[in-house]
Write a protein that binds this ligand. Sequence first.
Ligand code: T4K
Length: 390
Amino acid sequence: MKTIRTRADLAVNGAAPAFEELLHVGRPNIGDREAFLRYANDIFDRRWLSNDGPLLQEFEARIAAHLGVRHCVAMCNGTIALEIAIRAMGLQGEVIVPSYTFVATAHALQWQGITPVFADVDPATHNISPEAVRRMITPRTTGIIGVHLWGRAAPVEELQAIADEHKLGLLYDAAHAFSCTHQGKMIGNFGACEVLSFHATKFFNSFEGGAVVTNDDALADRMRLMRNFGFSGLDQVSHPGTNGKMIEIAAAMGLVNLDAIDEVIAANRANYDCYRAVLADLPGVRLIDYDAGERNNYQYVILEVAPDCAAGRDEIVTALRAENIMARRYFWPGCHKMEPYRSLFPHARLVLPDTERVAASVIVLPTGQTMDADKIAVVAQVIRTVIGGA
Ligand code: T4K
């Protein structure tokens, strides 16, 4: 790890990179390895690898207890969980979603012949704007998917009021928001159901995995059928379905990582506080805030680059990447600029000005168990040097 003091020290100018290893956004957090290996041995001894195994059942019970929800239906990943939730709720026609999200939110609709209709975001929170949602409602609208971006709750009260008024289904993509609260209540308890992702890059992972959590008994029953081809008993299929099952080894990883989540959140929190301290006086950039009164997983260290910053967002990202700091531009350029949506809705940008502004201003910085104060100091020094604040 070298020190960067002047522009000449930057790797974009031909100097050696600050880090030999790549510092990734989304480097997986891994709990107690010995405990995981014990689970793996038990799985082999039992020869029960998938389909409602004992570890899956334990994992679901622990997630439900952690969130205070009646049901957790675990799945092979968050995208299939979204697809199953959307289908189990009977959504069709058009569903309103933010464009400023990971593309899976939109794809989960498009994949099953439902049109994602993109609503603009609130530039202050990066979450979907209730006013924008109201503007996008048509006679074909059947639902709304809110996304709790960066683990900060979407405007759940306003969205529920719109859904009730127009008789629309409401669910949440809570892929970023596991173990986060809104007004002290765990996310997982809002809308008809909420969808979690346990992908490797999330602060809590089961290698790959996801879940739908809900307090609706009938919806949970339907989703359990749907994730296992509709089987309701031996040789008995009572519903259309697919294969969305979480395997035992994924549940084992989930159980081990559940035991470590307080540790991981503490590491993320320390990293976030450290970034805040070292970036505080830099003109033209600011870290997004987390409400101190809410629980958050602090997985997303989001730097916003103002239009009047001395360096552009992409210039900063290029400089960081040259130093092997693999900063990301989530969720650039917005779903509406990705296929098939760009071709289907060539004029969508006209109603998404804040989405475009936010998507052009954000940099995601690495955090998690593999980061520490020394590495963060170097990341900050690179940014400081690029924008000329040194
Ligand atoms: N909704 C939202 C709002 C989401 O953010 C996501 C997923 C979903 C829905 C869908 O949930 P899942 O179906 O994924 O459960 C990723 C992830 O694939 C995706 O899970 C995630 N959001 C999204 C934000 O990011 P990439 O293309 O950036 O991921 P990938 O695999 O290239 O990993 C990013 C970096 O992390 C790598 O360059 C290196 C590092 N990495 C990654 C993996 C997988 C590691 O160091 N080790 C690893 O094992 O999309």
